[in-house]
Design a protein around this ligand. Structure first.
Ligand code: PAD
Ligand code: ZN
Ligand code: ZN
Length: 376
């Protein structure tokens, strides 16, 4: 029996409030309105950005259904949708691509102005949500919400991918992999022979390492306070790894010493802390170094830094979703994965049934996982 046009009752992990476990609830998912798409989620990864919400670092309106790194199948579409049809395999896009705003029309941009990042509203474009639980409206997360069997997204926040792509792997192209890989290739534009430092060797940081390697960097220095992350970083391309806790001097001094006094050509902060953002800036070449912020800073945080660090010539940039224009790039990245141009498997340390979502978050918090993929 077709579910098209009807409310679907299904399972979702509702975050009622921060610092509490997710509760698996039965939710009602309304049919897609005009220019919206309802998706059956097949697999969804756990990203630190979801945990930033649960820890309280990232402010969002609760209750909410989190999750933004997924792959699924279109269940039904609203009026006027032509980009996908029921049965298509798709990836939801936490950075939409409307194709019309200043960022979308500029070759320099990828952060579509219709995004719901930053000051998260948690609503669809019309100011409502498609989720209800126990009679309460449940908010949506950064244009996606994937910790649920079914979700509804705007047509600008979903793209069709290769029908045979394995959802439990390519879901990582929806966030972690593309974010890190693109930060190296698109945002920093790492050059052959250059020296890079990657602060934070989680799923996103390791993807930066992979991007630096693909760009031909000759030295890739991994920086992490959890030495258990070093073996995988080296497997994926890091030439050496350092633990800031092994030194009494600041890590920027350690990195300068490792690079003949000048600093690295490119540094990346892939943790989400303001102190490591300034340390990464201070670690790049004093004149022509570029430092890229990939980690999500806590909401409304401020940075104080020595202005001399920029005055002398360094470049400080941010990178969201690796600088990729999402609709244009995600299908190509999936094709590249299918063509074995990069490896996602090494990033996936755990695959769990959806009901074990809280266990997946505990693994991340304990530093024991890279990516956990939840399957339905
Ligand atoms: P993760 O938690 O798997 O990895 C972070 C790593 O940093 C871990 O290995 C930690 O041990 C390490 N770490 C923690 N504190 C320190 C420290 N003081 N010094 C050195 N290392 C430390 O997270 P992730 O890889 O899923 O995400 C990394 C960040 O990227 C996080 O802030 C997330 O919110 C952000 C992100 N940004 C985007 C984007 O579009 N810019 C997309 C996805 C994720
Ligand atoms: Zn993410
Ligand atoms: Zn746009």
């Amino acid at each position: 029996m077709s579910t098209s046009g009807k409310v679907i009752k299904c399972k979702a992990a509702v975050a009622w409030e921060p610092k509490k476990p997710f509760s698996i609830e039965e939710v009602e998912v309304a049919p897609p309105k005009a220019h919206e798409v309802r998706i059956k989620i097949l697999a969804t990864g756990i990203c630190r950005s979801d945990d930033h919400v649960m820890s309280g670092a990232l402010t969002v309106p609760f209750p909410i259904i989190l999750g933004h790194e997924a792959a699924g199948i279109v269940e039904s579409v609203g009026e006027g949708v032509t980009c996908v049809k029921p049965g298509d395999k798709v990836i939801p896009l936490f950075v939409p691509q409307c194709g019309e705003c200043s960022s979308c029309v500029s070759p320099k941009g990828n952060l579509c102005t219709t995004n719901d990042l930053g000051a998260v509203r948690g609503l669809m474009k019309d100011g409502t949500t498609r989720f209800t639980c126990k009679g309460k409206q449940i908010n949506q997360f950064i244009s996606t919400s994937t910790f649920t069997e079914y979700t509804v997204v705007h047509e600008t926040a979903v793209v069709k991918i290769d029908a045979v792509a394995p959802p439990e792997k390519v879901c990582l192209i929806g966030c972690g992999f593309s974010t890190g890989y693109g930060a190296a290739l698109n945002t920093a534009k790492v050059e052959r022979g250059s020296t890079c430092a990657v602060f934070g060797l989680g799923g996103v940081g390791l993807s930066v390492v992979m991007g630096c390697k693909a760009a031909g960097a000759s030295r890739i220095i991994g920086v992490d306070i959890n030495k258990d992350k070093f073996a995988k970083a080296k497997e994926l391309g890091a030439t050496e790894c350092v633990n800031p806790q092994d030194f009494t001097k600041p890590i920027e001094e350690v990195l300068r010493e490792l690079t003949g006094g000048n600093g690295v050509d490119y540094s990346f902060e892939v943790i989400g802390r303001t102190d490591t953002m300034t340390a990464a800036l201070a670690s790049c070449h004093m004149n022509y170094g570029t430092s890229v912020i990939v980690g999500v800073p806590p909401s409304a945080s401020q940075i104080t830094y020595n202005a001399m660090l920029l005055f002398t010539g360094r470049t400080w940039k941010g990178s969201i979703f690796g600088g990729w224009k999402s609709k244009d790039s995600v299908p190509k990245l999936v094709a590249d994965y299918m063509g074995k141009k990069f490896n996602l498997d090494a990033l996936i340390t755990h695959t769990l049934p959806f009901d074990k979502i809280n266990e997946g978050f505990e693994l991340l918090r304990a530093g024991k996982s890279i990516r956990t993929v939840l399957v339905f």
